[in-house]
Design a protein around this ligand. Sequence first.
Ligand code: SF4
Length: 229
Amino acid sequence: MSDLSFQSADATLNDGKTLRITEMFYSLQGETRTVGLPTVFVRLTGCPLRCVYCDTEYAFSGGEIFSLDQVVDQVAGWKPSYVTVTGGEPLAQPNCLPLLSRLCDAGYEVSLETGGAMSLEGVDERVVTILDLKTPDSGEVARNDYANIPLLKPQDQVKFVICGRADYEWMRFKLEEYQLVGRVDEILLSPSHGQLSGRELAQWILDDHLPVRLQLQLHKILWDDEPGH
Ligand code: SF4
């Protein structure tokens, strides 16, 4: 399904702007509002956080240098409708911002998955941002930059990975505190893999009539979380 054989960065770096990239691949979107839709993923290398449940530690270091032109060209080869820029933490690389704009200019529906610690300032208005608010049990709650909340656009989505009941209660408090329902398009709740069952989280959502979307990470169900999907 995916293709990890991306071209190495030995060509001339035409525009002088480069990115360190862990992988680019074509697969099905595993989460968010476009779950199940064929999507190209651009995974940028590096992340300043260390969430206890992180499933992309292989993106913390390494990667290869690509010019923006090379990334845009490679994405175009898959002829996608949807492109997701993810990480690691994509906004940790300043050239993520021009990449997002270049992908929007090419006509794709572009989404950005970000961990909530980096500023959303400068993100192209056309991008759908999926902002992950880190819960207490992630180990990184202190890194949330709440100055991002006023920068959220109507098409954006806010995601919480829920590790247990305490995280769930914290999430409900944040929904109220920042009036998140109605401010953004979707509130997404994911159970932390191996810590909380989807069924238990589903029951809590139903009991409280929460206007949120439960998501179960399709890529883990289909491909058991192998890199490249
Ligand atoms: S922000 Fe994402 S990539 Fe970074 S440590 Fe947390 S889960 Fe992993």
